[in-house]
Design a protein around this ligand. Structure first.
Ligand SMILES: Cc1cc2nc3c(=O)[nH]c(=O)nc-3n(C[C@H](O)[C@H](O)[C@H](O)COP(=O)(O)O)c2cc1C
Length: 349
Protein backbone atom coordinates (compact mmCIF):
# COMPACT_ATOMS: atom_id res chain seq x y z
CA UNK A 1 0.00 0.00 0.00
CA UNK A 2 1.26 3.47 -0.77
CA UNK A 3 0.56 6.43 1.41
CA UNK A 4 -1.69 7.92 -1.27
CA UNK A 5 -4.07 4.93 -0.99
CA UNK A 6 -5.37 6.20 2.35
CA UNK A 7 -9.07 6.92 2.02
CA UNK A 8 -11.16 9.50 3.85
CA UNK A 9 -12.81 8.27 6.99
CA UNK A 10 -16.57 8.22 7.43
CA UNK A 11 -18.11 8.80 10.85
CA UNK A 12 -21.76 8.16 10.04
CA UNK A 13 -22.47 10.63 7.25
CA UNK A 14 -19.53 12.84 8.17
CA UNK A 15 -16.56 12.62 5.83
CA UNK A 16 -13.30 13.11 7.72
CA UNK A 17 -10.71 14.03 5.14
CA UNK A 18 -7.84 13.66 5.76
CA UNK A 19 -8.47 10.88 8.29
CA UNK A 20 -6.26 12.56 10.88
CA UNK A 21 -8.01 13.69 14.05
CA UNK A 22 -6.95 16.21 16.67
CA UNK A 23 -7.33 14.50 20.04
CA UNK A 24 -9.28 15.91 22.97
CA UNK A 25 -6.88 17.14 25.68
CA UNK A 26 -8.21 18.55 28.92
CA UNK A 27 -6.66 21.91 29.72
CA UNK A 28 -5.32 22.36 26.19
CA UNK A 29 -7.64 21.84 23.22
CA UNK A 30 -9.76 24.92 23.80
CA UNK A 31 -11.04 27.22 21.10
CA UNK A 32 -7.76 29.17 20.80
CA UNK A 33 -5.72 26.01 20.28
CA UNK A 34 -8.24 24.68 17.78
CA UNK A 35 -8.03 27.93 15.87
CA UNK A 36 -4.25 27.52 15.63
CA UNK A 37 -4.59 23.91 14.41
CA UNK A 38 -7.30 24.88 11.93
CA UNK A 39 -5.07 27.64 10.60
CA UNK A 40 -2.38 25.17 9.56
CA UNK A 41 -4.89 22.66 8.19
CA UNK A 42 -4.45 18.91 7.92
CA UNK A 43 -6.76 17.83 10.75
CA UNK A 44 -9.93 16.27 9.37
CA UNK A 45 -11.78 16.54 12.68
CA UNK A 46 -11.04 18.68 15.73
CA UNK A 47 -12.19 18.02 19.26
CA UNK A 48 -12.84 19.94 22.46
CA UNK A 49 -11.51 19.05 25.88
CA UNK A 50 -13.65 16.52 27.73
CA UNK A 51 -16.75 18.13 29.22
CA UNK A 52 -18.21 16.91 32.50
CA UNK A 53 -21.84 16.09 31.63
CA UNK A 54 -23.06 16.31 35.23
CA UNK A 55 -21.36 19.67 35.60
CA UNK A 56 -23.01 20.87 32.41
CA UNK A 57 -26.48 19.94 33.67
CA UNK A 58 -25.81 21.51 37.07
CA UNK A 59 -24.52 24.79 35.62
CA UNK A 60 -27.45 24.93 33.27
CA UNK A 61 -29.99 24.46 36.06
CA UNK A 62 -28.36 26.62 38.75
CA UNK A 63 -26.80 29.46 36.90
CA UNK A 64 -28.19 29.21 33.39
CA UNK A 65 -24.71 29.12 31.92
CA UNK A 66 -22.60 26.55 30.13
CA UNK A 67 -19.13 25.13 30.86
CA UNK A 68 -16.08 27.17 29.92
CA UNK A 69 -14.95 24.16 27.95
CA UNK A 70 -17.67 24.89 25.41
CA UNK A 71 -16.01 28.21 24.59
CA UNK A 72 -16.25 28.72 20.82
CA UNK A 73 -18.21 25.55 20.15
CA UNK A 74 -21.42 27.27 19.03
CA UNK A 75 -19.74 29.41 16.37
CA UNK A 76 -16.60 27.62 15.25
CA UNK A 77 -16.24 26.11 11.80
CA UNK A 78 -17.22 22.47 11.48
CA UNK A 79 -16.41 19.64 11.63
CA UNK A 80 -16.03 19.71 15.39
CA UNK A 81 -16.45 16.95 17.97
CA UNK A 82 -17.34 17.58 21.60
CA UNK A 83 -16.27 14.96 24.11
CA UNK A 84 -18.38 14.31 27.20
CA UNK A 85 -17.88 12.13 30.26
CA UNK A 86 -20.01 10.66 33.04
CA UNK A 87 -21.39 7.19 33.84
CA UNK A 88 -25.10 7.89 33.75
CA UNK A 89 -26.83 7.19 30.41
CA UNK A 90 -29.56 9.78 31.05
CA UNK A 91 -27.19 12.58 31.99
CA UNK A 92 -24.99 11.86 28.98
CA UNK A 93 -28.04 11.62 26.71
CA UNK A 94 -29.38 14.95 27.96
CA UNK A 95 -26.09 16.72 27.31
CA UNK A 96 -25.50 14.85 24.04
CA UNK A 97 -28.90 15.95 22.78
CA UNK A 98 -28.17 19.60 23.63
CA UNK A 99 -24.84 19.43 21.83
CA UNK A 100 -26.33 17.70 18.81
CA UNK A 101 -29.51 19.70 18.38
CA UNK A 102 -28.75 23.10 19.91
CA UNK A 103 -25.02 23.49 19.31
CA UNK A 104 -25.21 21.38 16.16
CA UNK A 105 -21.77 19.84 16.71
CA UNK A 106 -20.57 17.33 14.11
CA UNK A 107 -19.84 14.46 16.52
CA UNK A 108 -20.58 13.66 20.16
CA UNK A 109 -17.70 11.61 21.57
CA UNK A 110 -17.93 9.70 24.86
CA UNK A 111 -14.86 9.33 27.04
CA UNK A 112 -14.15 5.77 28.17
CA UNK A 113 -10.39 6.24 28.45
CA UNK A 114 -9.58 8.84 31.07
CA UNK A 115 -7.37 7.22 33.76
CA UNK A 116 -7.33 10.15 36.20
CA UNK A 117 -8.51 9.28 39.75
CA UNK A 118 -10.97 12.12 39.93
CA UNK A 119 -12.81 10.64 36.95
CA UNK A 120 -12.30 6.91 37.63
CA UNK A 121 -12.29 6.23 41.37
CA UNK A 122 -14.33 9.26 42.36
CA UNK A 123 -16.88 9.36 39.52
CA UNK A 124 -16.74 5.79 38.18
CA UNK A 125 -16.42 7.22 34.69
CA UNK A 126 -13.82 7.34 31.91
CA UNK A 127 -11.67 4.20 31.83
CA UNK A 128 -13.42 2.89 34.97
CA UNK A 129 -16.28 1.90 32.67
CA UNK A 130 -14.00 -0.53 30.79
CA UNK A 131 -14.71 -2.91 33.70
CA UNK A 132 -18.36 -3.03 32.70
CA UNK A 133 -18.71 -3.23 28.92
CA UNK A 134 -22.48 -3.81 29.33
CA UNK A 135 -22.82 -0.42 30.96
CA UNK A 136 -20.76 1.13 28.16
CA UNK A 137 -23.21 -0.41 25.71
CA UNK A 138 -26.21 0.96 27.61
CA UNK A 139 -24.66 4.44 27.69
CA UNK A 140 -23.86 4.45 24.00
CA UNK A 141 -27.30 3.16 22.98
CA UNK A 142 -29.02 5.89 24.95
CA UNK A 143 -26.74 8.68 23.71
CA UNK A 144 -27.04 7.51 20.09
CA UNK A 145 -30.80 7.62 20.39
CA UNK A 146 -30.76 11.11 21.95
CA UNK A 147 -28.32 12.60 19.45
CA UNK A 148 -29.78 11.14 16.26
CA UNK A 149 -28.83 11.88 13.48
CA UNK A 150 -25.57 13.31 14.88
CA UNK A 151 -22.99 10.52 15.10
CA UNK A 152 -21.80 9.33 18.48
CA UNK A 153 -18.29 7.93 18.91
CA UNK A 154 -16.33 6.29 21.73
CA UNK A 155 -12.73 6.82 22.82
CA UNK A 156 -11.12 4.13 24.95
CA UNK A 157 -7.91 2.53 26.08
CA UNK A 158 -6.96 -1.17 25.71
CA UNK A 159 -8.38 -2.09 29.12
CA UNK A 160 -7.99 -1.21 32.77
CA UNK A 161 -4.57 -2.82 33.14
CA UNK A 162 -2.19 -5.12 31.27
CA UNK A 163 -3.78 -8.21 32.87
CA UNK A 164 -7.28 -6.97 32.08
CA UNK A 165 -7.07 -6.10 28.39
CA UNK A 166 -10.59 -6.42 26.99
CA UNK A 167 -10.53 -4.12 23.99
CA UNK A 168 -11.88 -6.73 21.54
CA UNK A 169 -14.99 -7.27 23.68
CA UNK A 170 -15.29 -3.52 24.21
CA UNK A 171 -14.98 -2.83 20.48
CA UNK A 172 -17.82 -5.21 19.69
CA UNK A 173 -20.00 -3.68 22.39
CA UNK A 174 -19.29 -0.18 21.06
CA UNK A 175 -20.20 -1.21 17.52
CA UNK A 176 -23.31 -3.17 18.51
CA UNK A 177 -24.58 -0.26 20.62
CA UNK A 178 -24.65 1.96 17.53
CA UNK A 179 -21.53 4.10 17.84
CA UNK A 180 -20.23 5.52 14.55
CA UNK A 181 -16.50 5.12 15.24
CA UNK A 182 -14.09 3.80 17.85
CA UNK A 183 -10.85 5.50 18.86
CA UNK A 184 -8.35 3.42 20.82
CA UNK A 185 -5.34 4.78 22.69
CA UNK A 186 -2.93 1.84 22.70
CA UNK A 187 -2.24 1.83 26.43
CA UNK A 188 -4.18 0.57 29.42
CA UNK A 189 -5.55 2.90 32.09
CA UNK A 190 -2.95 1.64 34.57
CA UNK A 191 -0.19 2.50 32.10
CA UNK A 192 -1.19 6.19 32.24
CA UNK A 193 1.44 7.44 29.75
CA UNK A 194 4.21 4.96 30.59
CA UNK A 195 5.81 2.69 28.01
CA UNK A 196 4.82 2.78 24.36
CA UNK A 197 1.41 2.57 22.77
CA UNK A 198 0.79 -1.02 21.61
CA UNK A 199 -0.06 -0.66 17.95
CA UNK A 200 -0.01 -4.45 17.41
CA UNK A 201 -2.96 -4.69 19.78
CA UNK A 202 -4.69 -1.80 18.02
CA UNK A 203 -4.27 -3.70 14.73
CA UNK A 204 -5.89 -6.81 16.25
CA UNK A 205 -9.15 -4.91 16.81
CA UNK A 206 -9.75 -4.16 13.14
CA UNK A 207 -11.04 -7.60 12.00
CA UNK A 208 -13.63 -7.52 14.79
CA UNK A 209 -15.31 -4.35 13.54
CA UNK A 210 -17.75 -4.95 10.71
CA UNK A 211 -19.35 -1.56 10.25
CA UNK A 212 -17.49 1.24 11.99
CA UNK A 213 -14.04 2.73 11.46
CA UNK A 214 -11.13 2.24 13.84
CA UNK A 215 -9.03 5.24 14.79
CA UNK A 216 -5.62 4.46 16.30
CA UNK A 217 -4.00 6.74 18.84
CA UNK A 218 -0.72 6.85 20.72
CA UNK A 219 2.78 8.23 20.26
CA UNK A 220 2.33 9.60 16.74
CA UNK A 221 4.79 12.47 16.62
CA UNK A 222 5.89 12.66 12.99
CA UNK A 223 4.44 12.49 9.50
CA UNK A 224 6.38 9.24 8.94
CA UNK A 225 4.78 7.58 11.96
CA UNK A 226 1.33 8.59 10.75
CA UNK A 227 1.97 7.01 7.34
CA UNK A 228 3.30 3.86 9.08
CA UNK A 229 0.19 3.65 11.26
CA UNK A 230 -1.95 3.31 8.15
CA UNK A 231 0.47 1.04 6.29
CA UNK A 232 1.41 -1.36 9.09
CA UNK A 233 -1.58 -1.40 11.36
CA UNK A 234 -4.51 -1.04 8.97
CA UNK A 235 -6.37 1.62 10.92
CA UNK A 236 -8.98 3.75 9.17
CA UNK A 237 -7.86 6.93 10.88
CA UNK A 238 -5.35 8.26 13.37
CA UNK A 239 -5.59 10.67 16.26
CA UNK A 240 -2.74 12.88 17.46
CA UNK A 241 -2.56 14.42 20.93
CA UNK A 242 0.62 15.47 22.73
CA UNK A 243 2.85 16.04 19.70
CA UNK A 244 0.40 18.62 18.39
CA UNK A 245 1.01 20.82 21.43
CA UNK A 246 4.64 21.05 20.38
CA UNK A 247 3.90 21.15 16.64
CA UNK A 248 0.33 22.19 15.81
CA UNK A 249 1.40 22.04 12.15
CA UNK A 250 2.00 18.27 12.42
CA UNK A 251 -1.47 17.53 11.01
CA UNK A 252 -0.62 19.47 7.85
CA UNK A 253 2.71 17.65 7.52
CA UNK A 254 1.05 14.25 8.04
CA UNK A 255 -1.69 15.09 5.53
CA UNK A 256 0.94 15.97 2.91
CA UNK A 257 2.77 12.71 3.58
CA UNK A 258 -0.48 10.73 3.21
CA UNK A 259 -1.12 12.38 -0.15
CA UNK A 260 2.41 11.43 -1.20
CA UNK A 261 3.44 15.11 -1.35
CA UNK A 262 6.71 16.47 0.08
CA UNK A 263 6.37 17.15 3.80
CA UNK A 264 6.54 20.91 4.42
CA UNK A 265 9.37 21.91 6.78
CA UNK A 266 8.68 23.10 10.31
CA UNK A 267 8.09 26.83 10.65
CA UNK A 268 11.16 28.95 11.28
CA UNK A 269 11.88 30.26 14.77
CA UNK A 270 10.67 33.67 13.63
CA UNK A 271 7.41 32.16 12.44
CA UNK A 272 7.03 30.26 15.70
CA UNK A 273 7.45 33.53 17.54
CA UNK A 274 4.57 35.05 15.56
CA UNK A 275 2.50 31.92 16.15
CA UNK A 276 3.04 32.03 19.90
CA UNK A 277 2.19 35.72 20.09
CA UNK A 278 -0.93 35.16 17.97
CA UNK A 279 -1.96 32.29 20.24
CA UNK A 280 -1.39 34.56 23.25
CA UNK A 281 -3.62 37.27 21.71
CA UNK A 282 -6.44 34.74 21.27
CA UNK A 283 -6.15 33.65 24.89
CA UNK A 284 -6.00 37.24 26.20
CA UNK A 285 -9.07 38.16 24.17
CA UNK A 286 -11.03 35.47 25.95
CA UNK A 287 -9.64 35.46 29.48
CA UNK A 288 -8.01 38.85 30.03
CA UNK A 289 -4.34 39.38 30.86
CA UNK A 290 -3.75 37.81 34.29
CA UNK A 291 -5.48 34.50 33.50
CA UNK A 292 -4.12 34.43 29.94
CA UNK A 293 -0.55 34.78 31.20
CA UNK A 294 -0.98 31.79 33.50
CA UNK A 295 -2.71 29.73 30.80
CA UNK A 296 -0.15 30.62 28.17
CA UNK A 297 2.79 29.46 30.28
CA UNK A 298 1.97 25.81 29.61
CA UNK A 299 1.41 26.30 25.87
CA UNK A 300 4.63 28.27 25.56
CA UNK A 301 6.57 25.47 27.29
CA UNK A 302 5.02 22.92 24.90
CA UNK A 303 5.95 25.02 21.87
CA UNK A 304 9.51 25.51 23.11
CA UNK A 305 10.19 21.83 23.85
CA UNK A 306 13.11 20.66 21.74
CA UNK A 307 13.94 24.18 20.50
CA UNK A 308 17.25 25.92 21.25
CA UNK A 309 17.24 27.43 24.75
CA UNK A 310 14.08 25.56 25.81
CA UNK A 311 15.21 24.94 29.37
CA UNK A 312 16.04 28.58 30.08
CA UNK A 313 12.83 29.63 28.31
CA UNK A 314 10.76 27.36 30.57
CA UNK A 315 12.37 28.81 33.68
CA UNK A 316 11.67 32.36 32.57
CA UNK A 317 8.14 31.65 31.40
CA UNK A 318 7.25 30.06 34.75
CA UNK A 319 7.97 33.41 36.43
CA UNK A 320 6.21 35.81 34.09
CA UNK A 321 3.25 37.80 35.37
CA UNK A 322 2.42 40.25 32.59
CA UNK A 323 1.77 40.22 28.85
CA UNK A 324 4.76 42.50 28.25
CA UNK A 325 7.08 40.11 30.10
CA UNK A 326 5.74 37.18 28.10
CA UNK A 327 6.28 39.01 24.83
CA UNK A 328 9.83 39.91 25.87
CA UNK A 329 10.78 36.33 26.78
CA UNK A 330 9.35 35.06 23.50
CA UNK A 331 11.19 37.75 21.55
CA UNK A 332 14.48 36.84 23.24
CA UNK A 333 14.14 33.09 22.67
CA UNK A 334 12.62 33.17 19.20
CA UNK A 335 14.54 36.03 17.53
CA UNK A 336 13.40 37.31 14.17
CA UNK A 337 16.83 37.03 12.53
CA UNK A 338 17.44 33.29 12.94
CA UNK A 339 15.12 32.11 10.20
CA UNK A 340 16.51 29.40 7.91
CA UNK A 341 16.19 30.02 4.19
CA UNK A 342 13.62 27.32 3.32
CA UNK A 343 9.96 28.34 3.24
CA UNK A 344 8.03 26.77 6.08
CA UNK A 345 4.48 26.19 7.19
CA UNK A 346 2.55 29.22 8.34
CA UNK A 347 -0.93 29.31 9.75
CA UNK A 348 -3.60 30.80 7.51
CA UNK A 349 -4.87 32.96 10.35
C1 LIG B 1 -2.80 16.90 28.94
C2 LIG B 1 -3.65 15.80 28.37
C3 LIG B 1 -5.02 15.89 28.46
C4 LIG B 1 -5.82 14.87 27.93
N1 LIG B 1 -7.17 15.01 27.99
C5 LIG B 1 -7.97 14.09 27.39
C6 LIG B 1 -9.37 14.28 27.30
O1 LIG B 1 -9.92 15.30 27.74
N2 LIG B 1 -10.10 13.29 26.71
C7 LIG B 1 -9.52 12.17 26.18
O2 LIG B 1 -10.22 11.31 25.65
N3 LIG B 1 -8.19 11.99 26.22
C8 LIG B 1 -7.40 12.93 26.78
N4 LIG B 1 -6.05 12.77 26.77
C9 LIG B 1 -5.46 11.61 26.07
C10 LIG B 1 -5.16 11.95 24.61
O3 LIG B 1 -6.32 12.31 23.90
C11 LIG B 1 -4.48 10.77 23.92
O4 LIG B 1 -5.34 9.66 23.95
C12 LIG B 1 -3.15 10.39 24.56
O5 LIG B 1 -2.40 11.54 24.90
C13 LIG B 1 -2.30 9.51 23.63
O6 LIG B 1 -2.05 10.16 22.42
P1 LIG B 1 -0.61 10.86 22.11
O7 LIG B 1 0.43 9.82 22.30
O8 LIG B 1 -0.73 11.34 20.69
O9 LIG B 1 -0.45 11.97 23.10
C14 LIG B 1 -5.24 13.76 27.30
C15 LIG B 1 -3.85 13.68 27.22
C16 LIG B 1 -3.05 14.69 27.73
C17 LIG B 1 -1.56 14.60 27.59
Amino acid sequence: MTATAVKPLWIGDLKVDPPILQAPMAGFTNSAFRQIVRGFGGAGLLATEMVNAKGFVWLDEQEACHPDRLWGVADEPRPLAVQIWDNDPETLAKVGARLAHEYRVSVVDINFGCPVRQVTEKAHSGSYLLRTPDRMGAIIERVVEACHPTPVTAKTRLGCSRDRINIIEVAQVVEDAGAAALTVHGRTAADMFRGSADWDLIAQIKPHLKRIPLIGNGDLDSAEKVVQAFERYGVDGVMIARASLNKPWLFAQAAAALRGDPVPPDPTLAEERELMLHHFDLVIERFGEPKAVVLMRKYACCYAQGRPGAREFRKQVARIETAAAFQQVVADTFPRDRAPAAPALTPAS
